[in-house]
Design a protein around this ligand. Structure first.
Ligand code: FES
Ligand code: FE2
Length: 438
């Protein structure tokens, strides 16, 4: 099949209110996704605070490839393919560190921090012109930082990063604005959860507000039992408040607004209303935090920043941002039926330490491999993947709430929380990149 014919066929897998199951199950569609989406679109790679000094590097992924983000001597950033120009060995073995040069372990070719070739043992032994023409560790053509968040694209040309982020740049803005010093630091480790399912299942579920009352029923029930007088304890404090929050009735979920933007991005409103997870807390820690923020921004602007009450902010194709809790979750496709979710978190520099405790607790309760919430979601992703391998029904409905979509200016669509507007929006972006393309 020609490329154009394949693009045409892939685009036909999405209709206004339904999507074909092959979008989740066909290895050939997956291979084309890697080319047409993950080798072209802007993807998050790392945060600038991970590479503060010249020579600092962090190994990460950009779509299908492993890459190394390196701080240069002039403070700029380079993103290098982690592949030796000689026989292709993986050059950098450490997850992160600080280097003066990179050194391939196989035949000892060495590279400068910008990836150019520095030295080759026995250069005369290679065929004429080979070493001179070997290049170096190849550089990813487009790397851009948005307020400290580093994104990159394998494509040499295309939309600039701020235009691509569009209405969802506000999620990154809000996370940075919540820092009393105006800076964030990546802190703590990384949590990884692998599941046997397509990557889209994670993104679609992140703003599916019909599922929590069902999928997370057991932890809601346990939290309710725990919070009864004489209920026996168990979950307490922040964990208890978080678990109970998933127990809204369906009409209440409808009051959590969804906002869908061009390029497949979407955000949902917040739904935490209790204790220290409520957006408007009143306690000594929060008073100190607020005062530190007001010293930077003034009272009015601080009220505005803290008043942004959103939960998951999804930057298509694979990043979920929680600005209030300073958490990022990213889904990386490994195969058509295998994906990994990586969660990282940040300190609001200059904020009381307790604010970081809040972040860690949020991450552990909602997104760690031991989380009672995340394990429910992973189970459902795997069930969807298994079910979708069954061919008895080819088309999957995504029409929920279609009649209630409200079209706002600049291509924004607003809908009540139980709408599948986010799925439709993500699939529209998928269809555009897989089809004729932007
Ligand atoms: S493969 Fe790297 S030096 Fe030979
Ligand atoms: Fe869930």
């Amino acid at each position: 099949m020609t490329t154009a014919a394949a693009a045409h066929e892939d685009a036909a897998l999405v209709r206004d209110s339904a999507v074909h199951r092959r979008v989740y199950t066909d290895p050939e569609v997956f291979a084309r996704e890697q080319e047409r989406i993950f080798r072209r679109v802007w993807l998050y790679v790392a945060h600038e605070s991970e590479v503060p000094r010249p020579g600092d590097f962090v190994v990460t992924r950009l779509g299908p490839d492993e890459v190394v983000l390196v701080r240069q001597p002039d403070a700029s950033l380079a993103l290098l393919h982690n592949r030796c120009a000689h026989r292709g060995a993986r050059v950098v073995g450490e997850a992160s560190g600080c280097a003066r040069r990179f050194h391939c372990p196989y035949h000892s070719w060495t590279y400068r921090l910008d990836g150019t070739l520095l030295g080759v043992p026995l250069p005369a032994g290679y065929g004429e012109g080979f070493v001179e023409g070997a290049g170096g560790m190849a550089r990813v053509p487009r790397v851009a930082s948005y307020r400290g968040f580093v994104f990159a694209s394998h494509a040499g040309q295309g939309e600039e990063l701020p235009q691509f982020l569009g209405g969802l740049a506000s999620a990154l803005d809000n996370m940075v604005d919540r820092s009393p010093s105006g800076a964030l630091t990546r802190a703590g480790g990384r949590l990884r959860m692998e599941y046997r399912g397509n990557w889209k299942l994670f993104m679609e579920n992140a703003t599916d507000l019909v599922h929590p009352g069902f999928v997370h029923e057991s932890s809601v029930a346990a939290a309710r039992e725990s919070s009864r007088p004489g209920g026996g304890g168990g979950a307490t404090g922040q964990t208890l408040d978080m678990l109970l929050s998933n127990g809204l009735a369906v009409p209440q979920w409808d009051d959590v607004p969804l906002h869908a933007f061009p390029n497949g991005h979407v955000y949902m409103g917040g739904f935490y209303r209790r204790g220290i997870i409520a957006p408007q807390r009143e306690d000594a820690v929060y008073a100190r935090y607020r005062a530190a923020l007001a010293a930077r921004h003034g009272e009015a602007r601080t009220t505005e920043i803290l008043g942004v009450d959103r939960f998951n902010n999804l930057i298509w194709p694979g990043l979920s941002v929680n600005s209030r809790f300073a958490v990022l979750r990213q889904v990386t496709p490994l195969d058509v039926d295998r994906s990994v979710i990586t969660s990282t978190c940040f300190r609001f520099d200059g904020a009381p330490d307790e604010m970081f405790d809040l972040t860690l607790q949020f991450l552990n309760t909602a997104s760690s491999p031991a989380s009672m919430v995340a394990s429910d979601d992973l189970e459902v992703f795997e069930r969807c993947q298994r079910g979708l391998s069954d061919r008895s029904v080819e088309w999957i409905d995504m029409s929920r709430g279609m009649g209630r979509d409200r079209h706002a200016p600049r291509g924004v669509v607003e809908a009540p929380g139980t709408s599948e507007v986010a799925v439709r929006n993500q699939m529209a972006a998928w269809q555009r990149w897989m089809g004729a393309g932007p």
